[in-house]
Ligand binder design. Structure first.
Ligand SMILES: Nc1ncnc2c1ncn2[C@@H]1O[C@H](COP(=O)(O)OP(=O)(O)OP(=O)(O)O)[C@@H](O)[C@H]1O
Ligand SMILES: [Mg+2]
Length: 605
């Protein structure tokens, strides 16, 4: 179970200068905005501390001596500043909000483009969940760091500095006390915040594992019940739930301890100030307003200190997020166009595997010294036991992967001389697990040829025999297929994928068990459409059903990455070798005569 979940990289405690530079580079196009909001924050925190000083002036110069004129002046100033303050706060929050969105937009776009460029090998090695959380939560965490992290840390630092300056102006001896208190408070707060964050992170991780357990058990409920796994699964769930509880418990305990610790330190500082300030009033003639302002500055400072600690702790988290996003951006696609790659216009001619070696993982060879020559227009069927290498061969033809050694030639030219786009846009692929995109049936068929008219779409659907079930649906071609096409049956999805491939009119056609979930009658019907489509086109067909295989020009029996037999149906039957035994074992239920009958019936309908 635990193997299934990718472990999040541990919390990095070191700041990586390189990463910080790259994060900063994200703001480059928007540096004017950054300067703008930093200036506004500067204004806001300066005014914040002036307000407290104004209160001191109002007490000392207005209220105590009873000077109404002075009070009026100071209040007018106060009101004017409050108005400016309101505008500035609005300005920087608005700017930061937009900036955050811009940065996220840029990052999402970069990531999306990059994800589309990455090769299949990356996807088969990397869990989807890992990629998804890079694209969603990690990228927004970077934007938050650049905007709110920058705002909060600037605001806090400026407030603390401004308050200290005013404290020194009021009474430097008292201010010296603060010079000792601030670092102590900062250190305590940072340590706590970091620990709390770490525990929350653990709890979050546990929580996502628990969600996974729920998810697997809900989606797999039939299997759970069928195999009476309820007891065992409950045990597994309990184990995960307990871990989550413990992590959350520690986080709650630390959070609870944090505020009292800060308050006690603050209270000690306050006591010292009042005691020392009282003595200054008695002996050195300090005013009551001054002491009052001083105490205000102390409380005024407490919040920015906590904020600074929080931002610092979170920043490490965000830098770790950024490192993960950058590692995704830095992943190089394995298959890229050669610098001199060209588009030959059409991809025609014989396809040749010349001493091809291939493996997915280094020490597990799948194809070794594989040779094959397919003539232009030939229909090749691939049969053989599970794991033999059939899909691998077609993956190589589609250039989803490239040979590790040897050459694949199309029309006599090494296919790596062509651009990927040239090859992949002209190969029509239909897979066993068809994938549809959310949208209508029509959108899905049109996917590979956007300029196709509605008539073209219907013609392709008729050829694939998808038309019948499509028009039976309430909204016909405008029916929504749901996410991944999950509102349709597997067989229906296969028919739509087939129509999609037919519409695109590819030059090479690849079907990897493309009709395995379609009923026999429909498959027999599709046969005609496929024959129309395959006429003159080089086609590779992997299928377990006799009908499809029999009509191929040549049948390849693939076992352990090797061609063990090659020839037409009749030749291979006569040879009484592998194909013959496969045929008699695997296909005996679809006895030839009855199949022929079925086909004739089907064609007659
Ligand atoms: N993405 C992958 N990463 C690592 N190994 C893989 C990958 N895909 C396939 N393999 C391995 O390569 C070998 C050939 O697999 P392939 O999918 O080509 O078989 P197949 O003949 O299509 O089988 P089936 O009839 O079950 O579809 C198998 O041993 C398989 O484990
Ligand atoms: Mg396969």
């Amino acid at each position: 179970m635990s193997d299934y979940y990718f472990e999040e990289e541990e919390f990095t405690t070191e700041f990586n200068g390189q990463t910080i530079k790259r994060i900063a580079a994200q703001t480059k196009p928007y540096w004017r905005w950054v300067v703008g909001f930093l200036l506004l924050i500067g204004l806001v925190s300066f005014q914040d501390s002036v307000f407290t000083y104004l209160s001191k002036l109002i007490i000392d110069e207005g209220i105590v001596p009873g000077n109404v004129e002075r009070m009026r002046q100071l209040f007018t100033l106060y009101a004017g500043m409050a108005l400016v303050q309101a505008l500035a706060v609005f300005g920087f929050i608005y700017l930061a909000g937009i900036l955050g969105q811009r940065i996220q937009y840029d990052m999402r776009e970069t990531l999306f483009k990059h994800l589309q460029a990455l090769s299949l090998s990356y996807y088969s090695k990397t869990p989807v969940g890992w990629i998804m959380s890079r694209v969603t939560s990690d990228s927004s965490r970077i934007a938050d760091l650049i905007t709110w992290g920058l705002i909060d840390s600037t605001w806090s630092t400026l407030n603390i500095t401004a308050a200290l300056i005013f404290m020194f102006i009021i009474n430097w001896q008292l201010a010296m006390v603060m010079v000792f208190v601030i670092p102590i408070l900062l250190v305590i707060a940072t340590i706590f915040k970091k620990k709390i964050l770490l525990e929350y992170r653990r709890a979050r991780k546990m929580n996502s594992k628990l969600t996974g357990v729920y998810n697997e058990n809900i989606t797999g409920v039939r299997v759970v019940k069928a195999l009476t796994r309820e007891e065992k699964n409950l045990e597994e769930f309990d184990g995960q739930a307990t871990k989550l509880y413990q992590a959350a418990y520690r986080a709650a305990w630390l959070s609870a301890l944090f505020m009292p610790a800060v308050q006690v330190t603050g209270a000690v500082a306050l006591g010292a100030i009042i005691w020392y300030g009282g003595w200054q009033i008695q002996v050195a003639g300090m005013t009551v307003g001054s002491l009052q302002a001083f105490i205000s500055y102390l409380t005024f400072m407490l919040w920015p200190i906590l904020e600074l600690a929080r931002v610092y702790a979170e920043m490490q988290n965000s830098v770790a997020s950024a490192e993960r996003v950058f590692s995704l951006i830095d992943a190089e696609p394995e298959i890229v166009d050669r610098p001199d790659a060209f588009d030959p216009g059409t991809i025609r001619g014989d396809i040749e595997f010349d001493h091809v070696d291939f493996y997915y993982e280094k020490d597990k060879p799948v194809l070794t010294d594989f040779n094959l020559h397919v003539k232009q227009g030939e229909t090749i069927a691939l049969v053989g036991p599970t794991g033999g290498g059939k899909s691998t061969i077609v993956n190589l033809i589609c250039r989803f992967y490239e040979p590790k050694a040897g050459v694949i030639r199309i029309g006599g030219t090494d296919y790596t001389s062509f651009t990927l786009h040239a090859i992949q846009s002209r190969i029509g692929v239909v897979l066993q697990t068809p994938h549809l995109f959310s949208g209508t049936v029509r959108d899905n068929i049109r996917y590979g040829r956007l300029e196709a008219t509605d008539e073209d779409i219907e013609a392709a659907a008729r050829l694939a025999h998808a038309h019948e079930f499509i028009v039976d649906m309430e909204r016909g071609y405008d029916e929504e297929v749901g996410e991944g096409g999950n509102l349709l049956s597997t067989g229906q999805k296969q028919l739509i994928s087939l129509a999609r491939a037919m519409l695109a009119q590819p030059e090479i056609f690849v079907m990897d068990e493309a009709t395995s979930s379609v009923d026999t009658l429909t498959e027999a019907l599709i046969q005609q459409g496929m024959e129309t489509l395959m006429a003159g086109r080089t086609s590779f067909i992997i299928a377990h059903r006799l009908s499809t295989i029999k009509r191929a020009d040549r049948i390849l029996v693939i076992e352990d990455g090797r061609i063990t037999e090659i020839g037409s149906h009749a030749e291979l039957i006569r040879a009484k070798g592998h194909y013959y035994s496969l045929y008699t074992k695997q296909f005996h239920r679809q006895a030839e005569s009855s199949y022929e009958q079925l086909y004739k019936q089907a064609v007659a309908i």
